[in-house]
Design a binder for this molecule. Structure first.
Ligand code: SF4
Ligand code: SF4
Length: 190
């Protein structure tokens, strides 16, 4: 199975349904999948446009959009990143988590990870083995991979250098989808 990498934890979002009426949603993954199916191409075209012709002040717009969504986005109603993607584990992540679990790094990797073609260590199965599927909480939250702690990385870098990650993550993360949707609204992009 080819895992999608994260490249996680935060909280309902407002999405455009096919009839283009904005409604408030708690993170409802079934609705999110419908919204994505309908809007994916349009959103990706918009991201490509941003990549080719970034508007002035793009990074500030992203910061504002990111700030405004978290009050309406409940990750504990979602956890779609932990269910459908994999963090990339650094050597330090493996050392820290395996120590926390009382295992050697080697046994940890053997039990749960695999190395992809690019040499990155990823979860071998989905959902993530550390996700509590009853509560959507992370069983290793305090020592989770850095990648998880930073996901969805909206403000990590200059956005224009990170568009490929947005293109991947809008299909998995309702918060990223909403950030891109807000940008479209702010830039009056149809
Ligand atoms: S380690 Fe925790 S936060 Fe990271 S993917 Fe697994 S369950 Fe989610
Ligand atoms: S996919 Fe996005 S909204 Fe859902 S739990 Fe992960 S970070 Fe939160």
């Amino acid at each position: 199975m080819q895992n999608q990498k994260f490249s996680l934890q935060h909280k309902s979002f407002t999405g455009y349904l096919p009839n283009k009426q904005a409604i408030m949603l708690t993170v409802n993954l079934r609705s999110f999948k419908q919204i994505i199916r309908y809007n994916k191409r349009r959103m990706k075209r918009f991201l490509t446009m941003l990549e080719k012709r970034p508007p002035r002040g793009l990074d500030n717009l992203i910061l504002e959009a990111d700030k405004s969504i978290w009050g309406k986005t409940d990750c504990l109603h979602c956890a779609n990143c932990c269910k459908t993607m994999s963090p990339t584990y650094t050597k330090k992540d493996v050392q820290r988590i395996s120590k926390h679990l009382g295992m050697s790094a080697k046994s940890f990797r053997q039990k749960w990870l695999f190395r992809d073609k690019g040499g990155d260590w990823l979860n071998a199965s989905q959902p993530c083995q550390f996700l509590n599927e009853d509560t959507n909480m992370c069983n290793i939250y305090d020592v989770r991979p850095r990648d998880c702690a930073g996901f969805p990385h909206h403000t990590k870098k200059k956005m224009v250098e990170y568009i490929h990650v947005y293109k991947q993550n809008i299909e998995h993360c309702p918060a990223t989808y909403r950030v891109v949707e807000l940008l479209k609204e702010k830039l009056n992009h149809k």
